[in-house]
Design a protein. Structure first.
Length: 126
């Protein structure tokens, strides 16, 4: 049953593509997802982990690079690397390791990153 359905879908797609090429029409493209805010920019936030409150500043650039500065009391750590963001999934790669986060936007200036056992709340720096 599934193979017949798949074959039927393939036949329909081929027929539409052939008809469009024969008539000189370009297939219609779906509009880009413009309803979700951009992750690009500098974000200031915090998270609590094991009873400790961390302050963070993360910058995500359009060229796919990022930098994050994490502060806890007098300790400051910087991390930089590359990132990919698609369909509410942010993956950051730095020094041979990678981490993934689920991203939700409350509005265009507020986002939350959910990792394994923690949530980072960010506000976009204006």
């Amino acid at each position: 049953m599934i193979s017949r359905f798949t074959a039927l879908l393939a036949l329909v797609a081929f027929t539409i593509a052939f008809a469009n090429s024969a008539t000189g029409q370009e297939p219609k493209k779906l509009p880009p997802k413009n309803d979700e805010p951009s992750i690009h920019g500098t974000w200031v936030g915090s998270m609590t982990l094991a009873g400790q409150k961390y302050q963070l500043e993360s910058t995500f650039r359009a060229d796919g690079t990022y930098k994050t500065i994490v502060e806890l009391n007098n300790i400051v750590v910087a991390e930089k690397g590359t990132f990919e963001y698609e369909d509410q999934l942010l993956t950051v790669k730095s020094e041979g390791s990678s981490s993934s986060y689920t991203v939700t936007f409350e509005d265009k200036n507020t986002m939350r990153l959910k990792g394994k056992g923690f949530v980072i709340s960010y506000k976009k720096r204006q």
